[in-house]
Write a protein that binds this ligand. Structure first.
Ligand code: MN3
Length: 342
């Protein structure tokens, strides 16, 4: 083959491989529905461009770095965020950064609908009385957020509206959230990078201006989607602390038993029985209040007391294994299938 042809072939190969490498990155910044200058004079073009192509891009780049080649690559971003704190700072900060900004761009518009309508309008009235009082609440949360963070309007698992503010790139989906959790439908970025070029240190001026480009039509869409989203139930389950506490004892004793290690369960059978009782007396989340789950919880209490007795009587491994296997099956009636965190 002539040298020229080899070169030609090589460059085709390089183009092909770089295409492959690029497409292997699961996350990318979105294309905006409006130009950088479209939100002037409320948000300036330079801020928009830097915010998207530098700040948001950095979260995307680092999120890709954190997930590519790991199990997390195949898990939807929202599910990663439910366990953000447990998954560590790379997912929490960059996954949050990507999710939060992606939401933020969609609720801004040069032709923003200034008044909520229909079902969302009704729910705002029920919860906050007026749109103005909701805006005041959001602005107060944004102003009192020390340092960097976000303020949110979101839907809780019992399908109510709530307002909160979170630090850094946290959001209400996350296990890290201090208040009741849920799915955000309105996001306001109060990092200085969102306003400093135009407003410098005057966060209040930025918050006054941004309502001119916040689109209630887009928020209403988010609201409808959130109400129907399976993510609400996932958040609700993850917020059920007594279930999580029982889960961790179960995971840390049952899986060793499967591998022939009976030490953890022999040491912790009493703790497991106590955690089952705490689970039974905990507030069961609304969407888990079914006869099947109530029955399963009762059986967990009885089963783990029995298992504890077997351990105290120093029963044989085979008996212990039979007992904890049954208990583990019962547990999954409530918990659902094993996840990779298990
Ligand atoms: Mn930002």
């Amino acid at each position: 083959m002539k040298l020229k042809n080899v070169r030609g072939l090589m460059s085709i190969l390089v183009i092909f491989l770089s295409g492959f490498v690029l497409s292997a990155q699961p996350y990318s910044i979105p294309k905006l529905n409006y130009s950088y200058e479209a939100l002037e004079p409320y948000i300036d073009a330079q801020t928009m461009e830097i915010h998207l192509t530098k700040h948001h891009q950095a979260y995307v780049t680092n999120l890709n770095k954190a997930v590519v080649g790991t199990k997390a690559e195949k898990i939807p971003l929202e599910e990663l965020l439910v366990a953000a704190e447990r998954r560590g700072p790379a997912i929490r900060n960059n996954g949050g950064g990507h999710y939060n900004h992606s939401l933020f761009w969609t609720i801004l518009s040069p032709t923003a609908d200034k008044i909520p309508k229909n079902k969302l309008a009704e729910e705002i009235k029920n919860t906050f009385v007026t749109v103005d009082s909701l805006k005041k609440l959001l602005n107060a949360g944004a102003l009192s957020r020390f340092g960097s963070g976000w303020v949110w309007l979101y839907v809780t698992p019992d399908k109510k509206l709530a307002v909160s503010s979170t630090p850094n790139q946290d959001n209400p989906i996350m296990d890290a959230a201090k208040e009741q959790r849920g799915i955000p439908i309105l996001a306001i970025d109060v990092w200085e990078h969102a306003y400093y070029l135009k407003y410098q240190n005057k966060r209040g001026d930025y918050l006054g201006a941004i309502w001119n480009v916040i689109d209630w039509n887009a928020i209403a869409d988010n609201y409808e989607k959130a109400l129907k989203s399976p993510l609400l139930k996932l958040i609700e389950k993850d917020s059920w602390q007594a279930l999580k506490d029982f889960h961790s004892v179960m995971a840390e004793t049952f899986h060793p038993v499967e591998e022939g290690n009976f030490k953890p369960i022999r040491e912790r059978s009493g703790e497991m029985s106590a955690k089952a009782q705490l689970l039974a007396s905990s507030r069961i989340p609304t969407s888990f209040k079914t006869p099947e789950i109530s029955k399963a919880i009762k059986e967990l209490v009885d089963g783990s007391a029995k298992l504890d007795k077997l351990v105290k009587k120093n029963s044989k491994d085979a008996k212990i294994k039979e007992s904890i296997t049954k208990l583990h099956d019962k547990f999954h009636v409530i918990q659902g299938l094993c996840s990779d965190e298990h």
